[in-house]
Design a protein around this ligand. Structure first.
Ligand SMILES: [Zn+2]
Ligand SMILES: [Zn+2]
Length: 649
């Protein structure tokens, strides 16, 4: 018997569910050739159990295998990774490569970056680097993978301290590593990459930023160059247009222009301060969910910002989450700022005894939480250390899941529809590792599916994507420029009731464990507020606008009348522009402050007892009766922010 006859056979699972049998040791590429020679030669990379790998990677028995060819999202990732290598090659060609040290250069969702140490560079220099990259692409170097021993790798990387550090970690578990070589340049890299630099489409360098080695602020700050790559010019143009539109709407800029919030060095990173205008908007948002909560039978509770860590041991956060928590000692006790509100609410429920007739119990709190994100990751209101969740926790009987989830879904859709946000829903089901009995999971998933089936809105099922402690329904919505945002969630929890020994006395007089539901309608106020600022470009609907009406006297002579008019609108947030300035300037200022309506009053208006009204679209109407306009404002406000009546429906 020859050796190949005795070769062990293994099987991989293809995307259509069929099995492909191959020799043990076969690579991703071998599998592709086995399926068909055309696919074999088109193979760029593979996905093994969801992880992107090089086509040279051996497959293993039972793995789910996907072949990556051009035109896919994964292909774009591979191409961008190859583009990041071209960037590093270009940097080493144009700058002193004795001085400049290479760190890491991975692809990202939107492009790629490469980090360099000791690189002095300005934004103006990017164009020259781009030209060098174009030459590298035009030269169409073959991108060759080479597997070498650790010793060999150490020699090749003798001048690259950061690469050596990465190699050391890698060497613990592997005796060989891969290099990717193109032209005169090579990099320690696991891949995957395209076959040649000529296959890269268009590359664009975007910006320069500082980044800490390994994201740790204790380490030295390096220079990060961001870029992106697309298959063709038109895709790149579309990307740049979207990016410019996003920058125009950047909540950090609008937030400071409208004086909504600030984040200051002296008060600390990731700790937003809401100014009066910003708090006005937040307050409207709070009132809106408060109305919904009260209508749906929630009771408000309040918990402190800090707890003894005993609570976090009990909830399991300490074991799994301590690195992201702010923890400190007071005397002999250890305390932590709360990263979540749930344990506090569970402790409130646990403090009392309950009968099955008392359930459901619904607690709500606008609870401030603290999570210690990497400093380098903090950004505006999108990544912060302190944020507030419009949190709600329900303690219910298993037979109440359907009814309660139904009601939460009504509340969530009410919120999303109020802001005209298109949304998608997905049900995430039981993962492989989970707590709770088959019975409770099946029962819960069935009830959630019934709820989703009963709604006139499509949904997806994300098999196995639920949390280990329960299934959930996730919402995602789309903003005005087509960006998708993670939205509200409804999360069932079979774990925390266990950890907190929560129970109620059932009809059978026995102790039973309630099901806990975590839900938020906005999620975090910070993220929702940020999304609203960018979605509306700061031009909030009337009910949310921090200043709803501004009265502009044409001259100081009309100031008295301006104040009398303002008094007529006291149910709105109204200001009088008292500055000694021209009307044009006042109009400009009101426009910049994104005030929905300007009332202009001069001698003519004063004589007639009327007003002129100008809106944000610069339409102006003269000779308007005060009462008429007030009614118009009332209608507009009330239409936008409807009183909750869904429960009566
Ligand atoms: Zn690489
Ligand atoms: Zn919770």
């Amino acid at each position: 018997m020859s050796e190949s006859d005795s070769q062990e056979r293994i099987a991989v699972v293809l995307p259509d569910g069929s099995e492909l049998e191959v020799d043990a040791g076969a690579t991703v590429e071998d599998c592709a050739y086995e399926i068909g020679p055309g696919l074999g030669s088109d193979t760029v990379a593979g996905k093994l159990d969801g992880e992107l790998v090089a086509k040279e990677e051996p497959v293993y028995d039972g793995a789910e295998l996907e072949i990556v060819t051009d035109g896919s999202e994964e292909y774009l990732r591979v191409m961008r990774h190859s583009a990041s290598h071209c960037l590093a090659q270009a940097v080493e060609r144009l700058y002193d490569d004795e001085e400049v040290k290479l760190a890491i250069g991975p692809p990202t969702d939107e492009g790629f970056y490469y980090d360099f140490d000791n690189l002095e560079i300005d934004e103006e220099d990017l164009a020259e680097l781009e030209r060098e990259i174009e030459e590298i692409v035009a030269a169409d170097y073959e991108i060759e993978r080479e597997d070498v021993s650790i010793e060999e790798a150490e020699q090749r990387l003798a001048d690259e301290p950061y690469k050596l550090e990465l190699l050391e970690e890698f060497a613990d578990e592997n005796d060989r590593v891969s290099f990717y070589k193109q032209g005169e340049w090579e990099d320690l890299c696991a891949g995957p990459h395209l076959d040649s630099t000529g296959e890269i489409g268009v590359v664009k360098l975007l910006e320069i930023a500082g980044a800490y080695w390994r994201g740790d602020e204790e380490n030295e700050m390096q220079t990060r160059i961001y870029g992106t790559a697309f298959e063709d010019e038109s895709d790149l143009e579309e990307f740049i247009e979207r990016k410019e539109e996003a920058e125009k709407r950047d909540h950090r800029r609008i937030g400071s222009e409208m004086n909504l919030f600030s984040i200051q060095d002296v008060t600390g990173p990731g700790l937003p301060l809401y100014h009066p205008a910003g708090k006005t908007v937040l307050k409207e948002l709070e009132d809106f969910v408060e109305d919904l909560n009260q209508d749906a039978g929630y009771d408000y509770v309040e918990t402190p910002h800090v707890f003894k860590t005993d609570l976090w041991h009990r909830s399991g956060h300490y074991e799994n989450y301590a690195d992201d928590m702010f923890i400190f000692d007071v005397g002999d006790d250890e305390f932590g700022l709360k990263p979540m509100n749930c344990p506090g609410h569970a402790a409130i429920f646990q403090d009392q005894s309950w009968s099955y007739r008392d359930l459901p119990i619904r607690y709500a709190e606008n609870g401030k939480v603290y999570r210690k994100e990497q400093r380098g990751e903090l950004s505006g209101l999108s990544r912060v250390w302190a944020f507030t969740i419009d949190d709600g926790h329900l303690f219910i009987r298993p037979d109440q899941i359907r009814g309660e989830v139904e009601e939460i879904m009504d509340m969530i859709t009410e919120v999303l529809e109020t802001f005209d946000l298109e949304y998608e829903m997905a049900l995430a089901t039981r993962p492989e590792k989970s707590v709770g009995s088959d019975e409770i999971w099946d029962r819960a998933e069935n009830q959630l599916e019934e709820v989703l089936e009963g709604r006139a809105h499509e949904y997806e099922i994300e098999e196995g994507d639920g949390a280990f402690y329960g299934p959930k329904i996730d919402f995602a919505f789309e903003d005005a420029i087509g960006r998708s945002w993670d939205g509200p969630t409804v999360q069932l929890d079979f774990n925390m009731p266990e950890r907190f020994d929560l129970d109620y006395v059932g009809e059978d007089n026995e102790q039973h464990q309630p099901v806990m539901i975590h839900r938020a309608l906005y999620g975090s106020y910070e993220r929702f507020f940020m999304m609203l600022i960018e979605h509306f470009e700061g031009r909030f609907p009337l009910w949310l606008a921090p200043e709803q009406v501004r009265v502009l006297p044409i001259s100081d002579d009309n100031l008295g009348y301006a104040h009398r008019v303002a008094n007529e609108f006291e149910e709105f947030r109204v200001e009088v522009d008292q500055r000694d300035s021209t009307l044009e300037r006042k109009i400009r200022a009101a426009h910049d402050d994104r005030v929905p309506y300007q009332i202009i009053v001069g001698d003519d208006e004063e004589d007639d007892g009327t007003i002129s009204v100008r809106d944000r679209f610069e339409d102006q109407e003269y000779d308007v009766e005060i009462d008429e306009f007030r009614e118009h404002l009332e209608d507009e406000r009330d239409e936008q922010r409807t009183e909750p009546d869904f429960l009566q429906g």
